[in-house]
Write a protein that binds this ligand. Structure first.
Ligand code: DER
Length: 213
């Protein structure tokens, strides 16, 4: 089974976890892409929040009701992909430059379901780890932060500067704390066990659903 087919299988499995009337956070990326038509096909009444303009456009195309996040104080479920899924579990997210909004949506959700094809599972979290910097003072922040390099490309949807931690990741929790403590860092792409409730991984067509919390 191809990676694309595995992404679709994981997304379609996660779509079944959504119940009528739920407030749903929609992640960003190629694994979330097949989630959207699968959700729409269920014909449920849902209120959705998007983590990127790309997801919003795709969601509207398939008829999902997308509202501004300001309308919500919390969500029932959020579903999103990952760049890496490692022990802990810890995730690396942000390959699609959307990790700040994704982390805010994941934190607001009662249930955060991660969906991925099997090659995203790693024995040890490794670089690069995306980091979003406030544009204001970004040069000074970068000077202080060893091992963080600018990523070529556009600003984030919130006009943040996207960079990557390229140093060794000895311990994700330690690196997360270091980055969180740095003035000028808006958010990094390490998502820890306190955020994650479910992991759905499809490998060669076999879907594994792990409930974390
Ligand atoms: O950039 C992101 O945070 C994406 O969600 C990423 O983590 C997964 O993207 P993919 O589903 O296209 O691999």
């Amino acid at each position: 089974m191809s990676v694309e087919a595995d992404k679709r299988a994981a997304a379609e499995f996660a779509a079944q976890l959504v119940e009528d009337g739920m407030r749903v956070g929609l992640g960003t990326g190629s694994t979330v892409a097949p989630l959207l038509p699968a959700l729409a096909a269920r014909g449920l009444t849902l209120r959705c929040v998007s983590t990127s303009p790309a997801t919003e456009a795709l969601a509207r195309q398939v008829g999902l009701a997308v509202e501004p996040f300001d309308e919500f104080t919390d969500l029932d479920i959020a579903i999103d992909g990952a760049d890496q899924i490692g022990p802990g579990p810890w995730l690396v997210k942000g390959g699609g430059r959307a990790h700040t909004r994704e982390k805010i949506v994941a934190a607001a959700a009662a249930r955060f379901v991660v969906i991925a094809s099997g090659e995203k599972v790693v024995e040890r979290i490794h670089e690069p780890v995306p980091v979003e910097l406030l544009a204001y003072g970004a040069s000074a922040t970068l000077r202080r932060l060893r091992n963080v390099v600018l990523r070529p490309g556009p600003l984030s949807p919130d006009n943040g500067v996207i960079a990557d931690w390229t140093g060794a990741v000895e311990d994700p929790a330690t690196l997360a704390a270091l980055l969180d403590a740095e003035p000028g860092v808006v958010a990094h792409g390490l998502f820890g066990p306190e955020l994650i409730t479910d992991i759905v991984v499809s490998t060669a067509g076999a879907v594994d659903h792990r409930v974390i919390a």
